[in-house]
Write a protein that binds this ligand. Structure first.
Ligand code: 9WO
Length: 274
């Protein structure tokens, strides 16, 4: 897939919202903003209210069964979604996401999936949420950023898009290209330090940078960072740590198997290289 500069091949996000003024927001600044200007990705906001039909342009109504608050109307949302995606059966409709605490938890794996999809459509809810039938009829994929409630899906959309955009080629410079990032391995970040090497904290205490980072020994630095990332992950996120250990074991297993079969020349004489 070519995410190169400009036009029809740019990664495209369409956001359906009652507050289009919230976009591009922070995504118009810094590296994401530059990439947006350069056509590496494109953003289209769709004002849900433009699909309201009655004279009061109403987009919400009271919940059946009673209770507090308002619910976004299925007819209005359907009109908006159908125009934008072509409807639930349209070919190439891309992924259509509804941001809600009920959804699949966003993680780096899902982010990678979403940047690999040429077009992403995000529906932002307001009030107490949207009519359930829209979720079913348009086969909306519910995605959550975590166990908390916002006043609307828009800030979550900004986060989700940010996580995707920084993975597009040419957005971050070369920082990520080697997959050096701890998170690519399922680890949390190791600690970072910059100048000055000795710094007086607000209580007057001198705090120094770990010696190994000043040593110029790239291999020792790499090993220290890995050990720190592992320590922090083990202490803070047993869930991530468990998966990481599992993955490491599987990799060692695969290495052993490759070696075993590699040392023994096969039927066609191959196998001792690499
Ligand atoms: C309101 C509410 C009140 C009491 C108990 C549970 C409740 N859930 C909600 C709720 O989900 N309101 C939503 C507000 C309606 C749809 C948009 N809103 C939203 C999205 N809030 N939080 C998110 C969200 C999205 C993704 N990741 C985390 C939170």
């Amino acid at each position: 897939m070519n995410h190169g500069a400009a036009g029809p091949l740019a990664w495209t996000v369409r956001v359906l919202t009652l507050f289009p003024e919230m976009f591009p927001g922070s995504l118009g600044l810094s590296l994401a903003g530059k990439a947006l200007e350069n056509g590496v990705w494109s953003l289209e906001t769709v004002d849900i209210r433009a699909f309201a039909r009655d004279k009061h342009r109403s987009v919400d109504d009271t919940p059946f069964g009673g209770g507090p608050g308002m619910v976004m109307r299925p007819d209005v949302l359907d009109a908006a979604l159908t125009q934008v995606t072509g409807g639930p059966d349209a070919p190439d409709r891309g992924r259509v996401i509804y941001l809600s605490p009920r959804g699949r938890l966003l993680d780096q794996e899902l982010v990678r999936e979403l940047v690999a999809t040429p077009t992403l459509t995000i529906l932002c809810g307001r009030y107490e949420g949207i009519d359930e039938r829209v979720i079913e009829a348009h086969r909306l994929e519910e995605v959550s950023l975590g166990d908390f409630v916002l006043s609307g899906g828009e800030p979550a959309a900004l986060c989700l898009i940010d996580a995707c955009v920084r993975l597009l080629p040419g957005v971050m410079g070369n920082v990520d290209t080697a997959g050096e990032e701890s998170f690519e391995w399922g680890l949390l970040e190791y600690p970072h330090y910059t100048r000055p090497a000795v710094w007086q904290d607000p209580r007057g205490q001198e705090r120094v940078v770990p010696e190994v980072l000043l040593s110029g020994h790239h291999e020792r630095v790499r090993a220290w960072r890995l050990a720190e990332a592992e320590r922090i992950t083990r202490d803070r996120r047993p869930d991530l740590w468990g998966r990481y250990e599992q993955r490491k074991r599987a990799e060692e297993e695969a290495k052993t198997i490759r070696k075993r079969s590699g040392r023994r020349p096969g039927r066609f004489g191959e196998g001792s290289e690499g």
